[in-house]
Design a protein around this ligand. Sequence first.
Ligand code: MF3
Ligand code: CO
Ligand code: CO
Length: 340
Amino acid sequence: MLGPNDPCWCGSGRKYKRCHQPRDVVADFGREVGRLPSELRPVRPGRVSPRRSVPPHIPRPDYALRPDGRPGPRPKETIKTPEQIARMRAACRAAREVLEICKAAVRPGITTDELDRIAHEAYIARGGYPSTLGYCGFPKSICTSVNEVICHGIPDDRPLEEGDIVNIDVTIYLDGMHGDCSETVPVGRIDEASRRLIEVTRACLLAGIRAVRPGRPIRDIGRAICAIAEPQGYGVVRAFVGHGIGESFHMDPQVPHYDDPSATFIMRPGQTFTIEPMINQGTWKHRSWDDGWTAVTADLKRSAQHEHTVLVTEDGAEVLTAAPGEQARFVAGAELGERA
Ligand code: MF3
Ligand code: CO
Ligand code: CO
């Protein structure tokens, strides 16, 4: 047992009482009470398994070859050629396949590390590299963000529990292109408030996609998302944004999910970027764990996220990471009865 003045278990060098003790006390209480529903128990960091290897024949992105995992210079051009778009399509389709495989494996008792292993093998089976593996030092092949974790959760040995929600964020590097998508899914039966959170988050992503229209500022996307989430009392995360994607994992433009007047970038046909709103039951503010990655809500209420990679077309958007049966082609204004 650690005393309050011992160095914290997390290696921060701070005293336990100044670091993880307050959170641990709450979590231990939750465990003692035992059947406290999962939506009332904070997530704690678990053990992270050793780094998985990728066979040498799989082509790697530049950062995977560098010890610090930092990407090199990113392309300035945001409009892709038909040849690049064809490779984006393939990468995004593969990312979707891997995400569907992960979703099918979610059940109470499975650890997020097992989900990571399943994803890791699925990327490799498609000839792709797990984009997150080694990216700026990220140690795993997917991000798994449970309950109050907003994003960038590291897969570990925590078994998923009935009542949890988990976001699985899959990115593959295939034929020189990254494809990125994620979904938050329930683990077994979940409470009504969590079910609504997931539903609203899905509606936010859809509203963002419907706002994609060439000639319009990218601000339209966040404005549309906020208009859905905020009147219902949800917080829209500001610290993490969607991003241009292609040969680089993250490049211009930035895609805020809130109404940001400085988001003046004009959408043009041939651009590819992600829309990935993170919607919180409470405050939009976050705190970071000292693993350097995991972002949690400041009030420990739950957060959900859905992500697609989209292509701007001549008249709207194409969702490159659409799930089987999900609408992929959007014509801006069509719903309003305007001509495309
Ligand atoms: N896939 C995440 C995104 O949507 C990025 C994760 S970066 C990592 O942009 F380093 F955290 F893996
Ligand atoms: Co992602
Ligand atoms: Co992304």
